[in-house]
Ligand binder design. Structure first.
Ligand code: PLP
Length: 379
């Protein structure tokens, strides 16, 4: 089946008792058993819930994996995946990854004996050089937030495969509509469903999809043991969001391409980071590995004062964290999403005080460009 057909139907048979076309919100904690030791596959909603199961099956199909597992947030999904490791294990992680990931690794999991090195994963050689005898996982985000660096997933997978290291890819920015890491050799894909999969900025959640049955069984054990599960109402909202994922992603990408083209011509903007632009350093790789460039970009205004002037003057673009919703969001990575980093780390990665990030929504693109035009006049 094609992607949109699967997005609408996979994991979602009409309800057997009523014929309801939409999977109901099974707002229940427990399930009556027919007799001792005999039940219909559900015993307790931390372990399993039919609305959550529908989303988990749907995501497994969309990412081309063995199983999906849904969590209370993207960070809960990532935390669960990281706890598949043991004390003494070493991780190699993208240096520009979502700020919550280094925060979790350095300020929480380090206390449990997990050690992490951060490298520029847009170079497969850097990944190889960072490997140690005890490296058990490579965690890659591509494209990165907010500088849109692209990692060559097939090249990284060739390295991790050889050494039996798990390759985990955060696919939040592109969604399976534009990028399918398991097909390129990754072992596990994680998502913040809060972003494009839900798509409507009305729920927080996360999903992990695993290529292999034994990994799926282990993560399912952890999901039940630790218990950071997605609730049925949130699972239902994500299922609803995914039905329109393909049309939304196409529009996000078309709008972003137009906005990136406009900004890259603007005299007050010195640089635009968007993989769809021919000037992007990994444009050729992006074209090969991704089937679209997505809705995320950032641009350089030159100084904190300039960035503040633009952010305070926009009217249609909403100043806020998060991304991937139908509405356009604008933010200042240095003081918002990447405030946790030390200034020297931000400098090293390239997150300047003048950098502005855009999550381009699906409004009429002329309105978005008009808003950015009037805001840039403040510089
Ligand atoms: C938002 C985000 C996360 C964290 O997800 P939450 O749902 O906020 O916990 C992880 N990775 C990326 C790329 C994100 O954008």
């Amino acid at each position: 089946m094609g992607f949109s057909t699967d997005a609408i139907h996979a994991g979602q048979e009409p309800d057997p008792s009523t014929g309801a076309v939409v999977v109901p919100i099974y707002q229940t904690s427990t399930y009556a058993q027919e007799e001792l030791g005999k039940h219909k596959g559900y015993e307790y909603s931390r372990t399993g819930n039919p609305t959550r199961t529908a989303l988990e099956r749907n995501m497994a199909v969309l990412e081309g994996g063995h199983s999906g597992l849904a969590f209370a947030s993207g960070m809960a999904a990532i935390h669960a995946v990281l706890t598949m490791l043991k004390s003494g294990d070493h991780i190699v992680c993208t240096d520009g990854a979502y700020g919550g990931v280094p925060r979790l690794l350095d300020a929480v999991l380090k206390n449990f004996g997990l050690d992490c090195s951060y490298v520029d994963t847009s170079s497969a050689d850097r990944v190889r050089e960072a490997l140690r005898p005890n490296t058990r996982m490579v965690f890659v985000e591509t494209p990165t937030n907010p500088l849109m660096a692209v990692a060559d997933l097939a090249a990284v997978a060739a390295i991790t495969r050889q050494r039996k290291i798990q390759l985990v890819v955060d696919n939040t920015f592109l969604s399976p509509y534009f990028q399918r890491p398991l097909e390129l050799g990754a072992d596990i894909v994680v998502h913040s469903t809060t972003k494009y999969l839900n798509g409507h900025s009305d729920g927080v959640g996360g999903v992990a999809v695993l290529a292999r049955e034994e990994d799926a069984a282990r993560l399912q054990f952890i999901q039940n043991a630790a218990g950071a599960v997605m609730g049925p109402m949130d699972a239902w909202l994500v299922l609803r969001g995914i039905k329109t994922l393909a049309v939304r992603m196409r529009q996000h990408s078309a709008n972003a391409m137009a906005v990136a083209g406009y900004l890259s011509q603007h005299p007050k903007v010195s640089k635009v980071y968007y993989p769809g632009l021919a000037a992007h350093p990994q444009h050729a790789l992006a074209k090969k590995q991704m089937s679209g460039f997505g809705g995320m970009m950032s641009f350089e205004t030159g100084s904190f004062e300039n960035a503040r002037a633009v952010l305070n003057r926009v009217r249609l673009c909403l100043l806020g964290e998060s991304l991937g919703g139908v509405e356009t969001l604008i933010s200042h990575p240095a003081t918002m999403t990447h405030a946790y980093f030390q200034e020297e780390d931000r400098q090293r990665i390239g997150i300047t005080q003048g950098l502005v990030r855009l999550s381009v929504g699906i409004e009429d693109v002329e309105d978005l460009i008009g808003d950015l035009k009037q805001a840039l006049e403040a510089i």
